[in-house]
Ligand binder design. Structure first.
Ligand SMILES: C[S@@+](CC[C@H](N)C(=O)[O-])C[C@H]1O[C@@H](n2cnc3c(N)ncnc32)[C@H](O)[C@@H]1O
Length: 225
């Protein structure tokens, strides 16, 4: 039974094809998107001169990254890798990136973002996006995702993440508490005007962590609370 559940969790990505179109019709998600884009733009502005790498885990159609890079002064410095398992979202994202003249800057990776092997050849990034993800990671696996971020984000780099807080702000504090204060600093916390989502930027102040070449980071669940 548990093997079947694990299979279903892993291989039900087709259900997400509708997600970006439907979700971003809603005011709450539009507010979340605007806030994520503000956080991301700020991270790019604060990045050292020269090349800037972005990694987005479970990227959807990448409208957060593409929307910022479309007009950002650092756009020609950026190389973005957007990891997404749903084929429809990847195709939509590639079209949007091409239309924005970002084909050489934004690269979709059609792969499992929850598997270390996907990142085997990926250097730690300056900015990592983990948006719309924590609610799909059960509490027992959240430390594993933070450990992964310690190897996916460069020392000095930033992670932008979101958490639905309409039900309770303890959801925000739970995720914040997973980032040890000795090795991460909270740079900015925003709550969308409607109070539905928190958007947070944390900075890696600890050393680089070695990354396993294979193994699971977490199991993406439909609803992990
Ligand atoms: C809530 S949506 C968030 C999308 C995007 N980050 C955003 O905020 O617009 C979650 C996304 O995770 C993707 N996803 C689910 N499991 C995945 C996996 N194992 N690897 C990569 N993407 C996955 C879904 O297809 C969906 O696009």
């Amino acid at each position: 039974m548990s093997a079947l559940r694990a299979w279903f969790r892993r291989w039900s990505p087709s259900a997400w094809g509708w997600w970006p179109d439907k979700a971003y019709r809603l005011e709450g998600y539009r507010q979340r998107l605007a806030s994520v884009q503000e956080h991301l733009a700020e991270c790019l502005e604060g990045a050292a001169a020269g090349p800037v790498s972005i990694l987005s885990m479970c990227a959807g159609d990448g409208r957060d990254v593409i929307g910022v890079l479309r007009s950002h002064p650092r756009r020609s410095d950026v190389t973005a890798r957007l990891v997404e398992l749903n084929r429809r979202s990847v195709s939509a994202g590639v079209r949007q990136a091409n239309a924005a003249g970002l084909a050489d800057r934004v690269h979709f990776v059609h792969a499992d973002a929850t598997d270390y092997a996907t990142y085997d050849l990926v250097e730690p990034s300056d900015v990592v996006l983990v948006c719309g993800v924590w609610g799909h990671v059960n509490a027992g696996q959240r430390p594993s995702l933070v450990r992964a971020l310690e190897s996916l984000c460069k020392p000095g780099g930033t992670v932008v993440w979101t958490r639905g807080v309409a039900k309770s702000m303890t959801r925000l504090h739970d995720v914040l508490s997973r980032f040890p204060a000795a090795t991460w600093s909270t740079e900015r916390t925003s709550v969308t005007p409607d109070g539905e989502f928190a958007v947070v930027t944390v900075r890696r102040i600890g050393p680089a962590r070695e990354r396993p070449r294979t193994g699971r980071i977490f199991d993406f669940e439909r609803n992990a609370g």
